[in-house]
Design a protein around this ligand. Structure first.
Ligand code: KG4
Ligand code: ZN
Length: 349
């Protein structure tokens, strides 16, 4: 068992190619190449375009990571890679590269879960996760509440979205407002100049009748439709769309539901520690409202700095390092990419 293993982490589940090197919980290199600009004109990620971009970026990213960290491949203790969930063709690029490195270097291979990586990345700035911790995971494709007793081996999903993910809602609303892709950062910025109480948009699955079956679940598709209807009605009436107010009001609805359910779940499961993770965790309003509500409820909150919230190799490397430190057996060399890897499976055995 190595306490501070030197781990190479590879991420390629969506539109960011990430290669990082960590020494235990210290980041030695964090290289990210994004293909987001190639997808922007389509208003969403085009899987084939993403796969090709990963192929082109992965070796240069690896070279840069080795150069910045001044680490040689021979010194690496283990190779960690996102095995899923994500786009199949994109995942395969990272998994193949990681397997090749593992064989060539004769070093253990850890196929880890991308979503769990989004939570694990907070270890870099805030140290080991207290047990138990409640995680609010909000990314482009997933929205879940996770009860985590051990990030390497004991994760229970206590709630998730029944339709769109939070990030997906941001991307779709941005599209209908004619804003650029990805929608999150643009809406976040515009919302800062708008009035969050200008329009009251619905808070999905918060009505009394939903509490029994969906107490800790989320729904954002009704919210997206409500924004679309509101905008359409205003356009038909010939009114100019107050884009900043729409953004601020939409963002307030998202942040309100996410934070209210997180605090309620923490209370119900008697958990005092909360962690925020995933691309949407970079959202300024979500961070401030969650901080406010956690503070009021006596909960301790941690969240990664914005640059570590979106996809990167560090989240993979640090989760891999945690697996090595826990003495867990590595993944077999038959490891495959699993586009639907469940969030409760942190490591593919
Ligand atoms: O976790 P991530 O980088 O990729 C996935 O694993 O899906 O998340 C990407 C999502 C996108 O939907 C993007 O619009 C959203 O995160 N996002 C944000 C912000 N930055 C990125 N959403 C809201 N506010 C932001 N500042
Ligand atoms: Zn992600």
């Amino acid at each position: 068992m190595v306490d501070t293993p030197l781990v190479l982490g590879i991420e390629s589940s969506c539109d960011e190619t990430g290669v990082a090197i960590v020494h235990g919980t210290t980041v030695l290199a964090n290289e990210v190449a994004s293909s987001v600009e190639l997808h922007a004109r389509f208003g969403g990620v085009v899987p084939e375009v993403a796969s090709r971009a990963h192929l082109e970026a992965i070796v240069p990213c690896l070279r840069r990571a080795l150069a910045t960290s001044k680490v040689s491949l021979a010194e690496i203790d283990a190779v960690a890679v996102t095995a899923g969930p994500g786009l199949m063709g994109a995942l395969v690029v990272g998994v193949s590269a990681a397997k090749a490195l593992s064989v060539a270097l004769n070093k253990p291979l850890y196929g880890v879960n991308h979503l769990v990586g989004h939570v694990a990345v907070s270890i870099i700035e805030n140290g080991p996760l207290p047990s138990p911790t409640l995680a609010l995971l909000v990314s482009g494709g997933h929205t879940s509440l996770l009860l985590i007793r051990d990030i390497t081996s004991d994760i229970t999903e206590v709630g998730s979205t029944i339709d769109d993910a939070a990030g997906e809602a941001y991307d779709k609303v941005a599209r209908l407002l004619g804003l650029s892709y990805p929608g999150g950062p643009v809406i976040d910025k515009l919302a800062a100049t708008g009035n969050p109480t200008a329009i009251h948009f619905p808070r999905g699955l918060t009505a009394q009748r939903d509490m029994e079956r969906h107490r800790f679940d989320f729904s954002f598709s009704g919210l997206k439709t409500a924004v679309a209807r509101w905008v359409e009605t205003e356009r038909r009436a010939g009114h100019e769309i107050p884009v900043a107010d729409v953004c601020a009001s939409f963002q307030e609805a998202v942040a309100d539901v996410l934070t209210a359910k997180t605090v309620a779940a923490a209370k119900a499961y008697r958990v005092r520690n909360v962690v925020l993770g995933g691309g949407v965790a970079a959202n300024s309003r979500l961070r401030s409202l969650l901080e406010e509500r956690c503070h009021a409820a006596g909960l301790r909150l941690r969240y990664p700095s914005p640059a570590l919230c979106t996809d990167n190799g560090v989240m993979v490397a640090v989760l891999g390092a945690a697996m090595v430190s826990a003495g867990l057996p590595p993944s077999p060399l038959t490891l495959g990419a699993d586009s639907g890897l469940p969030v409760e499976t942190p490591l593919v055995g």
